[in-house]
Write a protein of this length. Structure first.
Length: 191
């Protein structure tokens, strides 16, 4: 290990006055791009992940987990069917931005097969494509993509005045006071 790695320091490139977040702000805006699409076989369940970046380099991620009867949020077969439909609508909204508004995906035997087929169909078509995107806050005030469609629009084909993306009564776009206060009222730490 070199000695220069053992020191702290900064130069004129370090902006000590900026508190700009690395996360996209909540709301509906253009200038947002998909950075990655992937299917993850995770320890807490399988999910489809969409990672986005905006013109300012801020990011947001949406994870769409395979719905399962869990006795909690999804208690009945009806709940399961509803959640599967919700995820299908999200991934249809995503796919159709790159594959055409009439694109359809035949039913697949598993969530993994469904997600892999979408990834294969989209390929790299998302790279460099600007989208109008809806971003909301989760329960911990971190930006995320909504769990229901529509989320994405092509601003070249749909003018701002005709957007179908809306902030509705269940969408959280402003941090709750308790969480916001906690983040801004930290006390100095001591050694």
């Amino acid at each position: 290990m070199s000695e220069e790695n053992n020191y702290f320091g900064f130069d004129e490139e370090v902006n000590s006055e900026s508190s700009q977040s690395k996360f996209m702000p909540a709301g509906i805006e253009t200038g947002r791009f998909i950075e990655k699409l992937e299917f993850i076989n995770g320890p807490n369940g399988d999910y489809f992940e969409v990672g986005m970046i905006d013109n300012a380099g801020r990011t947001v991620t949406g994870r769409y987990y395979e719905p399962r009867l869990d006795g909690g949020y999804i208690k009945t077969d009806g709940d399961l069917k509803k959640k599967r439909g919700q995820i299908s609508k999200v991934l249809a909204n995503l796919s159709r931005k790159f594959l055409g508004e009439n694109y359809i995906m035949e039913q697949k035997e598993s969530f993994a097969a469904f997600c892999e087929a979408i990834l294969e169909s989209i390929g790299d078509k998302y790279k460099g494509v600007e989208l109008r995107t809806k971003v909301i806050l989760n329960s911990k005030n971190f930006p995320t993509l909504p769990s229901y469609a529509p989320i994405w629009e092509d601003p070249k084909n749909i003018p701002d005045s005709e957007t179908k993306l809306v902030i509705n009564s269940i969408d959280k776009v402003t941090a709750s006071a308790a969480e916001a206060d906690r983040d801004t009222t930290r006390t100095a730490w001591t050694a």
